[in-house]
Design a protein around this ligand. Structure first.
Ligand code: ATP
Ligand code: MG
Length: 138
């Protein structure tokens, strides 16, 4: 599974109508979509997904935001997927994101930053399985 990563197009990008443009950038960068769904996280599910950040001061805000509207969740395949996708999305804070990255183009702030990308192969597998059964991963 080391050639796979997991992403979410977050509620801010969904609300602004940027889902199609972001998916186009993902495809243009050479990622193959092997699972995808539009869904909405409950507060409980958002809290569970980001449990690793439970002790951080922004956790409450993060859970509120991630459950505030629909998201698009997807598993992406490409050589070196985790690292290459983090390069494509750019820094967590859009003010620090490189030109041409998804967050530079579509994120408004460090909290509302358009997309999620897994930070390791291990988390990519855990996060993909959080949203998709094995029958939904192609
Ligand atoms: P993600 O995991 O969503 O891909 P990331 O790996 O770039 O983002 P993390 O450190 O994992 O960044 O933080 C998870 C999310 O928590 C960020 O994407 C952002 O939405 C939110 N977040 C991080 N730091 C802050 C902060 N200082 N203030 C508000 N929200 C924050
Ligand atoms: Mg992260």
């Amino acid at each position: 599974m080391s050639n796979r990563t997991f992403t979410m197009i977050k509620p801010d990008a969904t609300a602004k109508g940027n889902t199609g443009a972001i998916l186009s950038m993902i495809n243009a960068a050479g990622f193959r979509i092997v699972a995808m769904k539009m869904t909405k996280l409950s507060k409980e599910k958002a809290g569970e997904f980001y449990a690793v950040h439970a002790a951080r001061p922004f956790y409450g805000e993060l859970v509120e935001f991630m459950s505030s509207g629909p998201i698009t969740a997807a598993i992406l395949e490409k050589d070196n997927a985790v690292e290459d996708f983090r390069k494509l999305i750019g820094a967590t804070n859009p003010a620090e994101a490189a030109e041409g990255t998804i967050r530079k183009l579509y994120a408004a702030s460090i909290g509302e930053n358009a997309v999620h990308g897994s930070d390791s192969n291990e988390n990519a597998a855990i996060e993909g399985d959080f949203f998709f059964s094995k029958l939904e991963q192609f």
